[in-house]
Design a protein around this ligand. Structure first.
Ligand code: GDP
Length: 195
């Protein structure tokens, strides 16, 4: 599934720029700095694939990657910038809402949560938006190598309690570390069942 080339297709700032929904896709959401680029790179086996989304000016774009010519990986802009201007946040929320509610080929959203921080208010907001948009989401814990076993178990418990209140949540979490390669094969296998 990921053996073929994964290529950056385009960054989209408005619904009319979306590529045709002619194939299935999954998307990745998370607070900025959660480790989203690193995970997408680990997933696709490419070192700098998702870096484009981190360059200034690209951060508010929805980035589409074509994977093995058969499906899209969609990198949603990182949220929760402390200093993002209100106008920017509003514009981003509009685009995100339009994307989530208007994309029939979207099979699942992966909501990335930093193992050190757990679910924050902004993550809850995204989860609520996913509920409203009827997009099933699955939590992926990132940077698991940064916490001790006991903290990892605590964060898993916190996440489980939080997502139990969200009708669109898929109950199983995926624990990952891009640094160590943990859980990347699990995530890849889950995606393979979806697309
Ligand atoms: P993004 O803003 O969500 O795309 O986050 P990045 O992928 O750019 O990662 C943010 C920071 O966290 C970088 O300094 C990464 O090196 C670091 N990072 C990402 N994933 C991991 C991980 O699995 N383990 C550790 N220890 N650090 C990570």
């Amino acid at each position: 599934l990921f053996a073929g080339e994964t290529e950056f297709l385009k960054g989209v700032v408005a619904m009319d720029g979306m590529p045709p929904d002619d194939r299935l896709e999954v998307c990745f959401a998370g607070r900025s700095n959660v480790g989203k680029s690193s995970l997408i790179n680990a997933l696709t086996g490419r070192k700098a694939l998702a870096r484009a989304s981190n360059t200034p000016g690209r951060t508010q774009e929805i980035n589409f990657f074509t994977c093995a010519d058969s499906h899209y990986l969609v990198d949603l802009p990182g949220y929760g910038f402390a200093k993002a201007p209100v106008k920017t946040v509003e514009k981003w929320q509009r685009l995100l809402k339009a994307y989530l509610s208007g994309r029939a080929t979207l099979r699942r959203a992966f909501v990335l949560i930093d193992s050190r921080h757990g679910v924050k208010e902004v993550d809850e907001e995204i989860m609520t938006l996913l509920d409203k948009s009827a997009v099933t989401f699955q939590v992926v814990l990132t940077k698991a190598d940064k916490v001790k076993e006991v903290e990892r178990l605590q964060v898993i418990e916190q996440v489980r309690a939080k997502i139990s209140k969200h009708p669109a949540a898929y109950p199983e979490l995926i624990v990952t570390s891009s640094e160590k390669g943990w859980g990347v094969d699990v995530l890849r296998a889950v995606i393979a069942t979806l697309v």
